[in-house]
Design a protein. Structure first.
Length: 170
């Protein structure tokens, strides 16, 4: 238990997560990149548009230092019931997602992934609220700090201007 409390995280770069194959990934490998952290689901009404638009943004900006980190989550109407293999298959085959998909996590409750607990506690007010639905989006600057949080209904293309601002591109 002790190592979480010993050092209080100051950025998302302080966290390690598991990828969809169960390997540990330190988020510090993304230092210097603008990150969009999204809880995804395969069977949501928002799934198709979000994956399509995220892929579009990713292809447009990945060369400039933009990454999307997708965390499957089954906490919203059980819309991500599959195994990691099934999730990866849907994301990569049906939606041509070529950004990283991570291990399935909880984003709310006591068992929420530590990085999600951190994201939700970083700002007061609305930021501390539980995640409401699939495809909640957290935009992270190059230093690993939360820039903004977007509701599930806000489409990825609507945050392109914020991504450009953080990347410093026109």
């Amino acid at each position: 238990m002790g190592n979480n409390s010993a050092k209080l995280a100051t950025s998302v770069h302080d966290f390690s997560v598991k990828d969809i194959r169960g390997n540990d990934v330190s988020l510090s490998t993304y230092k210097g990149k603008v990150l969009l952290i999204v809880n995804v689901a395969s069977q949501c009404g928002l799934t198709t548009s979000n994956y399509q638009e995220m892929t579009e943004l990713y292809n447009k900006f990945k060369e400039q230092g933009f990454e999307i980190l997708a965390f499957p989550c089954n906490q919203f109407a059980a819309q991500e019931p599959g195994s990691n293999e099934e999730i990866a298959e849907i994301a990569c085959t049906r939606f041509k997602a070529n950004f990283p998909i991570f291990d399935k996590v909880d984003v709310n409750g006591d068992d929420a992934a530590p990085v999600y607990k951190f994201l939700k506690s970083t700002r007061g007010g609305i930021f501390e609220e539980d995640i409401k639905w699939n495809f909640s989006k957290f935009l992270i600057d190059k230093d690993g700090n939360l820039f903004d949080r977007y509701a599930p209904t806000i489409s990825p293309l609507n945050i392109e201007k914020d991504i450009k601002k953080l990347l410093g591109v026109d």
